[in-house]
Every structure is written in C-alpha cells, then in structure tokens.
Design a protein around this ligand. Structure first.
Ligand code: HEM
Length: 431
C-alpha cells in the first residue's frame, strides 16, 4: 500500500465521524448533495467513491496533488503555485505535551487537505450538536496543488532568556537573529513568530482554508501573530515555463534555483549532515520579508531609470547588452548599483538562494498610496552564508532601495519532510 492510500484508509480520530475521514472534498459534495446517509455500512462505498465527482463520473485530474510525504517538505522546490497564505503563530501555552499533540494533529490535517480531503471527521458532521471538524469552504474544490510547509522560529527555542520547551540546546546556530539592515522599517506586528506555515495553492480559497483549519485545531495552543496573502507568484522554480512579473512589471525569477536542479538544491538549499543541528538535516532555512514598494514613485520614473535599476530590459527581461531573457548576463554592462549585478552569484562568490516570493496588495495606507509590494520568501542551507551577506550588500548599495522598504521580517528553521504516515511535523526536533 503506498503512503497516499495508507493515509486514506487510516482510521481517524473523532469517534463516529471517523468513518468519513479520508473522503475527497469533490466526492463529499456529490454524496452530500444526493442526500446519501453516511452510516457505518456506507464506509466501503464511500472509500471507493473517493475519486468520483459525485455523479459517478471519474473526476478529471485538472489540478494534481503534490505528495505530502517525502525526504524534504513540499512547498520549497515544488513548482511555485499561483497563490499564497502565509501565517506566523505565537505559542501561547508552556505545556510541551500540548504543543506536541497539536503538531501531530496538524500533520494529520495537512496530509488530508493537501490530498484534497477534509480535515478529521469532515465538514458535514454526523453529530449536529458539535462543530464539524472541517470548516467546509473548500468543499467541492480539488487539491489545487496545495502544499503546507512548517517552520520554527528562534523564539520557540528561547524567549526572554527562558528555555520554553526544553529546546534551547537544539537551537541551530544558523537560525540567527537577523541583523538590522540599512533602511529597515520593521513593524513588530508583521515580524517574528514561534512557528510558521506557508500554504501555497493554485486556488486562494484552498490556501486560506488550510491556514484557517490549522489555526482552528491550534486553538488554546497557538495564536496567529500575523499573516500575509499573496498572489501572482514573483518567482519561478521552473525555468521552462514563462517567467512571472512582479508589481514593478519586470520578469522575476529568471535566474533562480530550479526545483529540478538536484545539485544546486543540495549545494544551496537543503541542510546536509554535519551542517549543524542534526534534526535539521534535509530541512532548509526560510527568510520572509514583507517589502513594500513605493509604487507611485516607481510609476513616475522613466523606462530607462526602471531598466537601469535592474540591469535588465523590462519587456524581454534580457540582461543589458544581450537580446534574450535567458542569455548569459554580462554584469559589466549593467550599472554598478543595479539589482541584478549586485545580487548575481558571480558578484557574491557563487552564493545562491531559492526565491519563492509573491506580490501583495493590502488596500491603501490612509495617505492614498497602495500598500503593495513583494512578500519575499527565500530558502537556503545556511542563512548566515546566504541571505545575511546578500541583503547587507543590497541594503547598502541597491538602486532599487529608492523604491522599496522592508517592513516585515521573520526567520524560520523548516525541518525535513514527514516521510510516512505516523511521523509528524517537528518529530526530529521534539522526538
Ligand atoms: C521588492 C523587492 C525586490 C524586487 C522587486 C526584486 C526583483 C528582482 C528582479 C526583477 C530580478 C531579475 C530577474 C531574475 O533573475 O529573477 C531579481 C533578481 C534577483 N534578486 Fe531580487 N528583487 C527584490 C528583492 C530581493 C531581495 C531582498 C533579495 C535578496 C536579499 C533579492 C535577490 C535576488 C537575486 C539573488 C536575484 C538573481 C540575480 C541573478 O542571479 O541574476 N531580491 N530580483
């Protein structure tokens, strides 16, 4: 039995409601709509209908599932999905057992919803007097390539000098407190967090449903500290697809680590044995930055100034002096303070990060300006050797700084993947 089927067949908690666990959301809407009574006798039938669209027809696989189980967490090298819901959580209990219990429940729920199934006993509870296990807004929607990626912040290990959960000795050296970079205008309410979950999906409702249900399961153990919705992926990890554009209108993600480039992933993204904290082997460090763009100023700048800012042309995305987006750049043809010249590995001793950011627009700021920009997400093997030196340099020299301000910041250790059912998020750390 493969991991996927094993998960579907595994008994779930929740007494009588357990019979419906593992049912696909697309199947549920059909069966519930037809008024089918889901009693114990129906379990076998329901399981067999998992891949049905409700009317008995095979559900077209328009939106494939991304496997939840594996050596690495999905959502890092996975081809970037269209939408993001990112949430940082504060742990509000000092009870380690309660935290571990929640992480186990989160893992089960994550395995279900990334597979397009409902949480626990489902959205149509068999006990009308209790709230259903699943909030229901994703019923009828496919898995939408949903991935859920968890990370642990420094404050989970140590906060105000306190070893909160007996984890202090396991704090990875690479999980540094990020320095204050030149120009930072960080807001505490948009920064930090004990835990994070990155939900990426091709349907925003599926991503929001995932975060909402994890927050619901975590009630009494965690509170959402801050969250960020993102759209229009601004980075690509699939070099053969069309490169998306950021809100400045430039192709973003042209030169990035490809999700298929195992050598570069091993060299720059995945923590290797001997790198430091053993429990992080196979994991990766995530830096999240909410970067606001001063769109109004940018929109009044000339095309030449915009292109000089990046060192690439706007429409084609070609490096200066070249014709095509994928042509090898001649860094000396770019202005010395251009973003690409400064950020390129040849200017940084070969340093690379895996960028996975999204655009955001969160209304206006009360002064008539759009609150918009780039929610920058970068994965790396060791933040001290990647984001920190790169951002130190960019913060001091990048021409782009005239048009952007970093207003939120967080740093997380994302553990290795959950390899099979029964394992759980954080097992290598807490286990
Ligand atoms: C709002 C902020 C930012 C915008 C609009 C932006 C935009 C871009 C664009 C348009 C490119 C060229 C296309 C490409 O190769 O992807 C690029 C490249 C790159 N950016 Fe950014 N970026 C931003 C922030 C950052 C930050 C904070 C970092 C790291 C600290 C960073 C690191 C890089 C790197 C490593 C490259 C690839 C350079 C190369 O190898 O050619 N960017 N960025």
């Amino acid at each position: 039995m493969d991991a996927e089927n094993e998960q579907q067949a595994a008994p779930a908690e929740g007494g009588g409601q357990a019979q419906r666990a593992g049912l696909s959301r697309r199947a549920v809407i059909g069966w519930a709509g037809a008024g089918v009574a889901l009693g114990a006798a129906a379990v076998g039938t329901v399981a067999a209908a998992t891949m049905s669209d409700g009317d008995g027809a095979a559900a077209p696989q328009t939106s494939p599932e991304v496997p939840f189980y594996g050596e690495h967490q999905s959502g890092i090298s996975t081809p970037v999905q269209d939408r993001l819901h990112f949430a940082a959580f504060d742990v509000i209990t000092d009870d380690r057992d309660a935290l571990v219990k929640m992480l186990k429940e989160w893992t089960k729920a994550a395995a279900s919803i990334t597979g397009g199934r409902e949480v626990g006993g489902g959205a149509v509870g068999v006990v009308p007097e209790s709230p259903p296990d699943d909030t229901g807004e994703a019923l009828g929607l496919p898995a939408s390539r949903l991935t859920l990626t968890i990370g642990f912040g420094r404050t989970l290990f140590e906060k105000d000098g306190q070893d909160r959960f007996g984890l202090r000795a396991k704090l990875p050296e690479a999980l540094v407190e990020l320095p204050k970079f030149k120009g930072d205008r960080l807001e505490a309410a948009r920064s930090g967090g004990d835990l994070c979950v990155q939900a990426c999906a091709d349907d925003p409702q599926v991503a929001v449903h995932a975060i909402r249900n994890l927050a619901r399961i975590g009630m009494g153990v965690v509170n959402v500290r801050w969250s960020q919705l993102g759209f229009g992926k601004t980075s690509s990890t699939t070099p053969d697809s069309q490169t998306p554009r950021n809100l400045m209108g430039f192709k973003d993600g042209t030169h990035n680590i490809a999700g298929t480039d195992a050598d570069s992933l091993a060299q720059h993204v995945w923590v290797a044995p001997g790198d430091g904290a053993d429990w992080m082997t196979g994991g990766s460090y995530l830096v999240a930055r909410r970067i606001r763009m001063t769109i109004e100023t940018w929109d009044r700048s000339s095309l030449k100034e915009q292109e000089d800012t990046f060192g690439r042309t706007k429409i084609e995305g070609a490096p200066y002096g070249k014709q095509k987006e994928r042509d090898a750049p001649d860094l000396s043809a770019m202005p010395a303070d251009s973003h690409v010249r400064l950020a390129h590995p040849d200017s940084n001793g070969g340093l690379m990060i895996l960028r996975r950011g999204y655009s955001f627009t969160d209304g206006t700021d009360g002064l008539g300006r759009l609150d918009a920009g780039l929610f920058f997400l970068a994965y790396q093997r060791d933040t001290r050797k990647a984001f920190v030196p790169l951002q130190t340099k960019l913060a001091a020299n990048d021409r782009l700084n005239e048009y952007i301000t970093h207003v939120g910041s967080a740093h997380f250790a994302c553990p290795p993947g959950v390899r099979k059912p029964g394992e759980w998020w954080g097992q290598t750390l807490f286990g």
